[in-house]
Design a protein around this ligand. Structure first.
Ligand SMILES: [Zn+2]
Ligand SMILES: [Zn+2]
Length: 147
């Protein structure tokens, strides 16, 4: 698994980040909350919180989307900034950053699709990868599964 330093920003540029040692693999989530949050499907790159340096963080707002997770956005332009688990456990401390925020979103590999069984039939992401149903996703991630 290759890693590299990457930069990114929200739509208006008020919030910027530098992420060190970013993994090349990422995942897609078709759950209902991610669908409504993104308008389609959430493509998220996992980055440990400690590997991120934020600029313009005074513009960041958070929405507590469930008992175990929050979603953040830029208060100036509305761009989504991350999904994060907030309860103690193996996933806490890792932010799921939308792929589209990266200044160069190339070179990543989509390796898993979550909640695949409830993905709308209006579009599909081409290619073969691990596809987990809602039940499989919950079984693997327990109470910390998205949403
Ligand atoms: Zn913004
Ligand atoms: Zn989701």
């Amino acid at each position: 698994m290759s890693t590299t330093d990457r930069t990114g920003a929200c739509l208006c540029g008020a919030v910027r980040f530098t992420a060190s040692a970013v993994r090349s693999d990422y995942g897609a989530c078709h759950c209902e909350m991610c669908r409504r949050w993104t308008g389609s499907v959430f493509l998220g790159v996992s980055v440990p919180e400690g590997d991120l340096i934020w600029e313009g963080s005074e513009n960041i707002r958070r929405y507590v989307s469930s008992d175990w997770a929050e979603r953040a956005w830029c208060d100036r332009c509305g761009a989504n900034l991350w999904y994060a688990v907030t309860v103690d456990g193996p996933h806490k401390g890792t932010l799921e950053i939308p792929l589209g925020l990266f200044d160069d979103p190339n070179g990543f590999e989509l390796q898993r699709e979550l909640y695949f069984d409830i993905a709308p039939d209006s579009f599909a992401i081409a290619g073969e990868r691990q596809k987990m149903t809602a039940e499989e996703t919950r079984r693997r991630f327990g109470g910390e599964a998205t949403p």
